[in-house]
Design a protein around this ligand. Structure first.
Ligand SMILES: Cc1cc2nc3c(=O)[nH]c(=O)nc-3n(C[C@H](O)[C@H](O)[C@H](O)COP(=O)(O)OP(=O)(O)OC[C@H]3O[C@@H](n4cnc5c(N)ncnc54)[C@H](O)[C@@H]3O)c2cc1C
Length: 417
C-alpha cells in the first residue's frame, strides 16, 4: 500500500475503505539472522536500515508491548543538530540530514516541520557559550544564527524580555531544527521494515539472552525461544535490565522525564523555544496544544509517570518566560523512562559477547537521533565495523575514561545531564 496525493484524494472520495494494515502480524519463527530487542524508534529504524541498506531481511523486531508505545511515542518531538562536541556534532548532523529525506525514503508523512529552534541566553557568559556552540555547528556544516534581543523581540514577541531575574540577552537559532510527529516516525519505519520482509512481533517480551562459548545464539521470550546469529539491544529505559540478562552491568541509570500539553489553542508559538535558565522548552503541536517539558524528576525509577514537584517547577519556569501561558489550561501530562548515561552521550557499540550489540544511553535526546541511530546501529550489526558518525559512541569510554563526551559539562552524575 503506497501513499500519494492521488491515493488520499481517491480514498477521501470513496469512504476511506481501501486502506489496509500498515504491517503484518507474524508469529515468531524459530531462527533469524538478526533480532532487535525493542520496537521503539531506534529498534524499528535499525531493522529498516538493516533491510534497506544491507539486504538483511531474515530479521525480527521483538517488542514486549505495542510498537511505538515507549519513549518514541512519549517525547516532545524536537529534532535539531546543535551539539557542540566532536562525536555528538557529526552524529546529530548526519541524523538531521536523514530526517530531511525521511518522508520520501519511507513514503510516509512523519510531519517533519522545520520551524526553527531558539535557545535563549540570559547572561554574557551564556551568550559566549552560544557563540562557541554556533561556531561548532557551522564548522560541522549545519546552520546557526546568533540573534540579538531586538531580533528576538520581533521573532518571539510573547516572551517576557524584561524579567529582572532572568532578562533575555539573545538566542541561538537553528532554522533547520523543528518537530516531527513522534508516533508516525515509529509507524513509518515499521511499515518500511515490514514491506522489506522484517517480522515485527508485538507482545513478545525478551526474558533471557542465550549465550554459548562467549557467543550469542538466541533469546528467550514470552512467546518461546528464538535462535539468532546476531542480537541488538535497543530498549532505551530498560537497557540495564535487558543487558543484565547477558550478565552485563551497564553504566546507565533509568530516570523519569515528564512532558505536558495544554488544550488546543489557535496558532501562537511558531518555533521551538528553549529557556536558558531552567529546563523548560515549548512548541505548539499541529492540533494546537502547547507541548512543553522540563527536567528529570531526579530519582531513578521505572515508572512511566512523574510527580508533582517537577510539575510545579516546570509551570514556574513557563510562567517566568512567557506569562501568557498562564491562561492556557493543562490537558495532560505523562512520563517516559530515560536511559541516562554518565556523560549524557549515547552508546552504539559491540559488547564483550560476540554477536551482541548495544544501542543505549540516549538520555532525553534520542528522538532526534532516531534515523541516525538506526542507520549507524544497522551498519555496526551488519558489518561489525562502527559507522563513522557514531564511531565515538564506545561503551568502553566509561571503563577507560578515554573519549568521554560531557556535552553539558555537568560531570558524571546521571541525573544532571
Ligand atoms: C517526556 C519526554 C520528552 C522527550 N523529548 C525529546 C525531544 O524533544 N527530542 C528528542 O530528541 N528526544 C526526546 N526524548 C527522548 C526520546 O524519546 C528517547 O531518547 C528515544 O525515544 C529512545 O529511543 P526509542 O524510541 O527506541 O525508545 P522506546 O520507544 O522507549 O523503545 C524501547 C522499546 O523497548 C521495549 N522493551 C523494553 N524491554 C523489552 C524487553 N525485555 N523485550 C522486548 N521489548 C522491550 C519497550 O517496550 C519499548 O517499546 C524525550 C523523552 C521523553 C520521555
Amino acid at each position: 500500500m503506497g501513499f500519494s496525493g492521488w491515493r488520499v484524494l481517491r480514498e477521501g472520495l470513496t469512504g476511506n475503505k481501501g486502506w489496509g494494515p500498515h504491517w503484518r502480524d507474524p508469529a515468531p519463527k524459530s531462527d533469524y539472522d538478526a533480532i532487535i530487542i525493542g520496537g521503539g524508534g531506534h529498534g524499528l529504524a535499525t531493522a529498516y536500515y538493516l533491510a534497506s541498506q544491507h539486504g538483511m531481511t531474515n530479521i525480527a523486531v521483538l517488542e514486549k508491548g505495542y510498537l511505538g508505545g515507549g519513549n518514541v511515542g512519549r517525547n516532545t518531538t524536537i529534532v535539531r543538530a546543535n551539539y557542540f562536541l566532536p562525536g555528538n556534532s557529526e552524529f546529530y548532523s548526519h541524523s538531521l540530514k536523514l530526517w530531511e529525506g525521511l518522508e520520501q525514503e519511507l513514503n510516509y508523512n512523519v510531519m517533519l516541520s522545520q520551524r526553527g529552534q531558539v535557545v535563549l541566553c540570559h547572561s554574557d557568559g551564556q551568550r559566549d557559550a552560544l557563540v562557541r556552540r554556533g561556531n561548532a555547528m557551522r564548522a560541522q556544516g549545519d546552520d546557526a544564527e546568533l540573534l540579538s534581543t531586538d531580533q528576538l523581540r520581533r521573532l518571539l514577541p510573547y516572551l517576557d524580555y524584561d524579567n529582572t531575574r532572568f532578562p533575555i540577552y539573545g538566542g541561538l537559532l537553528q532554522r533547520r531544527a523543528g518537530t516531527a510527529r513522534h508516533d508516525a516516525v515509529a509507524w513509518g519505519f515499521a511499515r518500511g521494515a515490514d514491506r522489506r520482509g522484517v517480522d515485527l512481533i508485538q507482545n513478545c517480551e525478551v526474558t533471557g539472552i542465550d549465550i554459548e562459548a562467549g557467543r550469542v545464539v538466541g533469546v528467550q521470550t514470552t512467546r518461546g525461544a528464538i535462535r539468532a546469529k546476531k542480537v541488538g539491544i535497543a530498549v532505551a529505559g530498560r537497557s540495564s535490565q535487558v543487558a543484565a540478562m547477558a550478565g552485563m552491568r551497564l553504566p546507565i541509570e533509568s530516570h523519569v522525564l515528564q512532558a505536558f500539553v495544554t488544550e488546543g489553542l489557535k496558532p501562537c508559538i511558531d518555533h521551538v523555544v528553549s529557556f536558558g535558565m531552567g529546563h523548560f522548552y515549548i512548541s505548539q503541536s499541529d492540533k494546537g496544544g502547547l507541548v512543553f517539558g522540563g527536567d528529570l524528576d531526579m530519582y531513578a525509577s521505572y515508572a512511566a509517570r512523574g510527580n508533582l514537584p517537577m510539575q510545579e517547577h516546570v509551570m514556574e519556569a513557563a510562567m517566568t518566560l512567557m506569562p501568557m501561558i498562564g491562561k492556557a489550561r493543562l490537558l495532560r501530562s505523562w512520563g517516559g523512562i530515560m536511559d541516562m548515561s554518565p556523560d549524557g552521550s549515547p552508546i552504539i557499540d559491540k559488547t564483550g559477547i560476540e554477536g551482541l550489540y548495544l544501542n543505549a544511553g540516549w538520555c532525553y535526546g534520542g528522538f532526534k537521533a532516531t534515523p541516525g541511530s538506526g542507520f549507524s546501529f544497522a551498519h555496526l550489526m551488519a558489518t561489525d565495523q562502527p559507522h563513522d558518525p557514531a564511531a565515538r559512541f564506545r561503551l568502553n569510554r566509561f571503563r577507560d575514561g578515554v573519549g568521554l563526551m560531557d556535552e553539558e559539562g555537568t560531570g558524571s552524575q546521571h541525573n544532571l545531564h
